[in-house]
Design a protein around this ligand. Sequence first.
Ligand code: CO
Length: 418
Amino acid sequence: MTTDLVVQVRNQLDASPTPRHLVEFVSTQLSVAGFIDCTSQNLSESYPSSGFIKRAGSLVAWRQGSKKVEQFRIIGAHTDSPCLKIKPRPDESKFGWQTLQVEIYGGPLLNSWLDRDLGIAGHAVLRDGSVKLFCTSTPIARISQLAIHLDREVNERGLILDKHLHLSAAWATGEKALDFTQWVASQIDVKPEKIISVDAQFFDSLPAQIVGVDQSLLASGRLDNQASCWAAISALLETQSPQDTCVVALFDHEEVGSSSATGAAGPLLEHTLERIASASGLSRIGYLQALSQSSCISADNAHAVHHNYPDRHDHAHAPIVNQGPALKMNSNQRYATSSTSAAMFVRACESANVNHQMFVSKNNMPCGTTIGPITATRLGIDTVDVGIPQLSMHSAREVCGVSDLVAMQKALTSYLNN
Ligand code: CO
């Protein structure tokens, strides 16, 4: 059982170098399970009992409960991860290297992108309006670190990277300029003049792998937060006949603040919930009533205690790897967790028979935030922030515990089923 789940999450991670690829992967899975794609559905049609909509790198899926819509049980997670995006006019030729210029997306650990065999993935928008995804199957670029002989004090001083000068990637040698748009055209098999715009990024070409002499860890790019996306969708697929209406919302742009047309601060979830409510015959007042009785779990990875840096955690509230999902609390509302939403998650863990832990950051170390407070603010729904503990957050390659992944999936399934 555990092995099957780990194979599922690895398949998803390897197939999803960008949020759009993730949405494509998840929507195929949902379609196979009988969910109807309502992305292009006419406004006059009402939503089916199980369906989903896609908007670029975001997706909302639902399964109506037997009670129709008296309340929603919502799980939210984000599809994006910090990375290096390729600029619209990226080509530059210098000193025998053909390079691509990058723009930094979100807050990556920049050093983690050095000396990796990188692939390129993204999508192109064509003149006819269609969107074509592409992804290299072999590594084709590299950002090399300066040799220690040319940077003698790097181990004492620490690595300092100039964000503009030191991150371009080499993808060919020699003097002949390779045009990036022409290359994208060859990837999607169209003429270059058919392409109007391209959105592309680098990714670590190493697939997700199990690590540890006890096989207890999973290493991959994008665990934050595609691991939570997997747990949420897997829980929805396992919840065959819920009482309450179950909704999973996967949002893009969390790493840059969520304020976008498809981010958690946009209207995507709100509008979808209203249409689901209307499909089950609820009035506007009935919909507002349903919202006030609904709940949301915002699942976004947490920081496990690092073996070399135990001082970075408050030890009474420090998630240990492979000891269960963490409840994330912050009284200043950087996390949305309330006493009642915390109790709801604890009950879900107990009925799934999985352990849970608590995370509160040290007072002298401000914590991050998630989509939790944003959705709670927009919808007025009691929300809990939880996460799979991991190390190396925002690295090109992160690591988390295998049993924590499975425990989160079980806790979310139990939440949706209740
Ligand atoms: Co995150």
